[in-house]
Design a binder for this molecule. Sequence first.
Ligand code: SF4
Length: 247
Amino acid sequence: MRIAEIYTSLQGEGLLTGRPSLFVRTSGCNLRCWFCDTPYTSWQPEGEDWSVDEIVAEAERLRPELSALRLPGETTFERATEQPHAVLTGGEPMLFAELMPLCEQLRTAGWHITIETAGTLFLPVACDLMSISPKLASSTPSAERAGKWRERHEQTRHQPEVIRRLIDGYNYQLKFVIDTPDDLAEVTAWLNDFPVVRRERVLLMPQGTGPAGLADIAEWLQPYCQEHGFVFCPRQHIAWYGARRGT
Ligand code: SF4
């Protein structure tokens, strides 16, 4: 499978925020969000082809680094006995059938597995947390920038049957990127089609890669989450490291 990067860092988003994690970032995506924060896996995909065995070997090589990663004020001792976390992300990792044997092998080796997907493709993978980030209408790029990708993105971004299989079959979180207040009505309408979803599993995350822009959105989004029972999801890795690749 095509891999853009493999590295260790702290998980910056979602219910497992703060966990030392190994990130395996696949390259290639079936969407073209205008705000994509990893364009090197979508708009201009980079990377080399790795075999499953090579990825697993790299994961084991990097595993010792996890115990050295910690939040300010936290001791390594607190994390010493924790199951190692692997995050398979992209791009869109579900594009690759090799994800199935990769997850099997990582699980056999004792890793906790998170898959970060936009929820447009299904594979029957071994996974402990399915982190689904459905893309709203506001993600669609302009025709000037995207050409034929604008229509392709718009037709692909919402696949309700795939979402149903993912939330029925896995422990999940739903992570929506919120750009403007107009997105909130769309989230509500989206959730009305999936009444089984519990709100404590729904995270609303500000769109942006700079602290100032994120803070502007957080100002109205955080109170909205409190009022409506959603989880506000800051992008902590930007606060910790800035918008830097490999973090
Ligand atoms: S789905 Fe994710 S990787 Fe693909 S274009 Fe959108 S933000 Fe980028």
